[in-house]
Ligand binder design. Structure first.
Ligand code: F6R
Length: 264
């Protein structure tokens, strides 16, 4: 049963950009400004990070800002949204590998400040591991900023359709569409894991600021539903409509179906 909440309680108009490059640079700037602000205050900053195609250019821009403009990550703690289960951290399809390759190996973040769900726990131990991941986020005072992509089925993290809005970090079963979209990464469908560890929707909603980035025409249909459709566990991202700390950042292609009234 969809939860009925009147639409657009909190949704701000999405930030629209002519192309993926400009949307990604803007996103990276938001992250960099927060890091600078926390540095000025003498504080650490806790970032929730995503993997996949969407954030790649954001990470490229953060690397550029580090290399050319002196952006330091010494005060940054990161928690990744999710990881396939099971998968070894050295497997080049793992998100641990992805993060090293696309960001961490190129910046000055302290290794002990990087948290990515590790999926070497046995099925018996995994719930305890997930609770410890939650506890660690809480120990740092929660996430200051969460960067999100969106799946074509509306998932955020690997919170697939049907996930409870009250969910926290746990072992999840991957949706057929999510597994299909991962074929490009794994080669064939039989190599794509059936499960993952994902932080929950509740965990995401607790973040002080949330940036949801959607790029390309293949995200246009789901962005229209997530932004303007009914709030329902069938479209996990739809719950973000109720939250004032969310900013949607879209390139023109992802925004083609966004209705005029949602643009202003
Ligand atoms: C990745 C994640 C997923 C992706 C989503 C979009 O850590 O949590 O929710 O953000 O599947 O993936 P791309 O960006 O590859 O289209």
């Amino acid at each position: 049963m969809p939860i009925k909440i009147s639409k657009h309680i909190q949704t701000k108009a999405p930030s629209l950009f002519p192309d993926a490059d400009q949307a990604s640079v803007y996103t990276a700037q938001q992250i960099a400004e927060l890091i600078h602000q926390k540095q000025r205050e003498g504080n650490q900053v806790t970032l929730g990070l995503a993997t996949g195609n969407t954030p790649k250019k954001v990470y490229q821009e953060l690397i550029r800002l580090h290399k050319n403009e002196g952006l330091s990550f010494q005060n940054v703690i990161t928690f990744n949204l999710d990881e396939y289960y099971p998968i070894g951290p050295d497997n080049d399809q793992s998100y641990t590998y992805f993060m090293r390759h696309n960001l961490f190996d190129h910046i000055d973040i302290q290794q002990e400040n990087i948290y990515i769900p590790q999926t070497n726990s046995t099925p018996q131990e995994v719930a305890k591991y997930c609770q410890a991941y939650e506890d660690k986020i809480a120990e740092y005072g929660g996430l200051d900023l969460q960067l999100l992509g969106i799946g074509r089925n509306g998932h955020i993290g690997f919170n697939e359709p049907g996930s409870s809005f009250a969910s926290t970090t746990r072992l999840v079963n991957l949706h057929p569409l999510t597994r299909e979209d991962a074929i490009a990464q794994f080669g064939t469908i039989d190599k794509v894991p059936h499960q993952a560890i994902s932080i929950g929707i509740h965990t995401i909603m607790q973040a002080k600021r949330i940036l949801l980035l959607a790029l390309g025409e293949r995200k246009s249909e789901i962005m229209n539903k997530a932004l303007s459709g009914e709030i329902s566990v069938d479209i996990p991202a739809s719950i973000l409509q109720t939250m004032s700390q969310v900013e949607y950042i879209l390139d023109q292609e992802a925004a083609v179906l966004i209705q005029e009234e949602d643009r202003v």
